[in-house]
Design a protein around this ligand. Structure first.
Ligand code: ATR
Length: 286
């Protein structure tokens, strides 16, 4: 038996195992399983040993390891190095290669909805790995301006600096909260609002989403976050993080297996798993 790991801590409820195992079954890859391997940051050594074991053929990486794991890998793709975060690990000739499929997943979630971010003014709440993936994808797709709004100023500065090196003509701003009301695209790339703390939003108190705006929450559990519910209340369009999760997972599956991802199977499995998880939170969502 070969293994693909999901590395993160805590892992709690993730739909990735259901989605990836359904894809493996659909492609008749019976000798491989995708399993959670929850390890805290202080167990980084153990994590790398698990990745180097011969039965491991790759992994997904999630909070809080997406950035700290970089230094422990043998190689990085250009994209992962630029973004500064790894969400997918491949093994090639025994080497651990860090890649990033979040940027693709993010952009694909916009593309399938025919949303064009070219020339857009974009506010991103957060400055971690997910924010970096979204920002690089948007810069690549010719967004006009990106505003980072984050609790920790130093992280926004560091991310804006890296983005500026690669895209010197992109307009960038940091913690300009006024700009939020004049943004076409408002993205939550923080973990605020994620189950079980479903009544929290990263937007400022009393913020009114502009009607012309599109609110995109990278959180997928719950599907209707407080951030999205507030956006809808104000007449803005709202999209959740499930499509991004499916597309980043599909790209990772293709990198690991060399086979085309069975998208419909993956979507069905993700939606079903999420519905099951939601039932455990239902009382809190009422
Ligand atoms: P990911 O890889 O999913 O982006 P991350 O790198 O840990 O995860 O980033 C999480 C983001 O959520 C960060 O921007 C974090 O803000 P800080 O940089 O200040 O830590 C943000 N975040 C998490 N909890 C938050 C909270 N309670 N309020 C505001 N921002 C929060």
């Amino acid at each position: 038996m070969k293994y693909l790991y999901l590395l993160g801590y805590p892992l709690g409820h993730s739909v990735s195992p259901a989605m990836q195992n359904a894809a493996l079954r659909a492609c008749d890859i019976r000798a491989t399983r995708y399993v959670k391997n929850p390890l805290p940051p202080e167990k980084m050594r153990e994590m790398i040993l698990a990745l180097r074991a011969p039965h491991c053929i790759g992994a997904n990486v999630t909070v809080p390891h997406k950035q700290t794991i970089l230094a422990h890998l043998d190689e990085l793709t250009d994209l992962a190095r630029e973004i500064g975060a790894v969400n997918t690990i491949l093994k090639k000739d025994g080497k651990l290669i860090g890649d990033n499929t979040d940027a693709y997943g993010f952009m694909q979630a916009l593309r399938v909805r025919h949303i064009n971010s070219q020339g857009a003014r974009v506010s991103i709440l957060g400055a971690g790995g997910a924010a970096a993936a979204a920002a690089f994808a948007l810069a690549q797709a010719d967004a006009a301006e990106i505003i980072f709004l984050n609790r920790t100023l130093a992280r926004s500065v560091e991310l804006a600096d890296r983005l500026n090196k690669k895209f010197p003509y992109l307009a960038l701003a940091i913690n300009d909260w006024e700009a939020l009301a004049e943004s076409q695209l408002i993205i939550n790339a923080t973990s605020v609002g994620m189950a079980p703390r479903v009544n929290e939003s990263p937007a400022p108190k009393n913020f009114a989403f502009p009607k012309h705006a599109l609110a995109f929450d990278l959180v997928y559990n719950p599907p209707a976050t407080q951030f999205l519910r507030d956006a809808k209340r104000d007449g803005a369009r709202a999209i959740g993080g499930l499509e991004m999760l499916i597309y980043q997972g599909a790209r990772a599956f293709e990198l690991w297996t060399g086979q085309r991802a069975p998208l419909r199977v993956m979507r069905n499995a993700a939606v079903t798993a999420l519905q099951e998880i939601m039932q455990t939170y239902a009382p809190k969502l009422k």
